[in-house]
Write a protein that binds this ligand. Sequence first.
Ligand SMILES: Cc1cc2nc3c(=O)[nH]c(=O)nc-3n(C[C@H](O)[C@H](O)[C@H](O)COP(=O)(O)OP(=O)(O)OC[C@H]3O[C@@H](n4cnc5c(N)ncnc54)[C@H](O)[C@@H]3O)c2cc1C
Ligand code: FES
Length: 509
Amino acid sequence: MAQDDKKPSGPDLTTGIASTELADGQMLRGLVGEDEVLLVRQGGTVHAIGAHCTHYHGPLAEGLVVSNTIRCPWHHACFDLRTGEALAAPALSPVACWNVEERDGKIIVGAKKTTAAAKPAGSTSDHFVIVGGGAAGFAAAEMLRRRGFAGTITMLSDDSAAPVDRPNLSKDYLAGSAPEDWVPLRGNDWYAENKIDLRLKTAVASIDAKAKELTLGDGGKVKFDKLLLATGAEPVKLDIPGADHKHVHTLRSLADSRSIIAQAGNGKRAVVIGASFIGLEVAASLRVREVEVHVVAPEQRPLERVFGPQLGDFVRALHEEHGVKFHLEDSVIGIGESDVTLKSGGTLPADLVVIGVGVRPRVSLAEKAGLAIDKGVSCNEYLETSAPDIFVAGDIARYPDPISGERIRVEHWVVAERQGQIAARNMLGEHVPYRSPPFFWSQHYDVPINYVGHAEKWDKIEMDGDPMKRDCVARYVRGGKTLAVASIYRDLDSLKAAAEMEKRAGPGP
Ligand SMILES: Cc1cc2nc3c(=O)[nH]c(=O)nc-3n(C[C@H](O)[C@H](O)[C@H](O)COP(=O)(O)OP(=O)(O)OC[C@H]3O[C@@H](n4cnc5c(N)ncnc54)[C@H](O)[C@@H]3O)c2cc1C
Ligand code: FES
């Protein structure tokens, strides 16, 4: 992800600006010492807040103010203007806030505000267990501590790595433009400092929902008072000859990404099976590494099922511009030591094969425990499963979406994190509904595509702008209602669409 690296500039806000320079609803960037600060006048009050998002440094001045919050233009993180708290992921850390005074026709920024410690919540004897060290599990643990949970937190993950920024694994990290120390969501010290007992390489084998006890893969037992299930999804494997060769990969974990990188160094020819988001992001990252890339997929157009034909054609053209060769309406029927065989006949050279044909939610634990399952783990709007004190979040959760009126399960980073945050608050008894519109982004070379809402089917797509010019908004409309909005470099439209959907969904947390 590109960073906003412009040199900070603007008026010195400690000496002040004229009040008339900032009308209601407006924003203005200035400096407080070395810090770039954003002034926002909202409903008569002036707020001073750090100018950059704590996720990937997005410029908040290009975002949207909604009531007492500001939303980041890049991936829709939401911050409280009064406290700087990161209310909704993907940002998890607060932005700094400053005291502001308005007197004698001037706005003057004073000292940095200090963050008040959260009031203790829950009992010190409570034991909350999180199964899954991914987006939802991590965000839940962070939120429990942020809201002052006084009890014990155990996080069990069968991964060998502590929670990572998974979207990076197919993007900058895989492309070689982000160092590995960008990948962990937090350093190892963070878990100790926050008294989170993170146990890696620890598989949970079964759950006894009545006895409130987990059995681990090694036979160990763990009791819980409340449990969050956040086991995510796993890549679908292909049942074709040669799929078990060493140079054939799927991509979910840091270890997967590392082994693709290791192979990309030796192999100069790759075949990506599947024109999915992950498949295409891998293709883009391998092209940055100057690997020859062929994409083989059964569909007519990449990503057409999600984006429709016009954006699908754009995605294809964009990849072709960067040298990717598509073999669409085709499939791989066998993988050899250094080539793959196509159904249409013929072979493609391949020192490296990446399979990106979708994922399957990891619901077997929940299923064996007798929880209600419906193509995912069923839950209500409070993310409660059918078993008392067992919550669910992330890729495995099938939840009621107030915008479409349907029960949906989505595989998006931001949704998983936000559900983890809401589940954590409900574990603390706050009883807050999950009502955020789904949001995801995907990055192909220098082109980010943002998508808000959820539309499995639509009557029409209203296109404003031109994808080929990298400037467009596509609205997916069914029964006269806009269900989803995809955009390229139209961040404000995307934020406005999300705010509009939030209004339709009714009051959230
Ligand atoms: C390479 C890649 C790129 C992506 N890019 C994007 C993107 O750009 N935008 C976007 O919106 N989404 C993206 N996604 C999807 C996004 O990462 C997922 O939606 C998100 O990670 C789901 O979070 P989760 O917590 O449900 O699951 P995960 O993050 O997968 O975490 C699940 C955790 O559970 C653990 N686990 C599972 N079963 C057990 C068990 N029995 N015992 C113990 N531990 C267990 C796993 O090891 C893992 O730690 C991407 C995914 C991948 C793989
Ligand atoms: S940079 Fe702000 S949400 Fe990602």
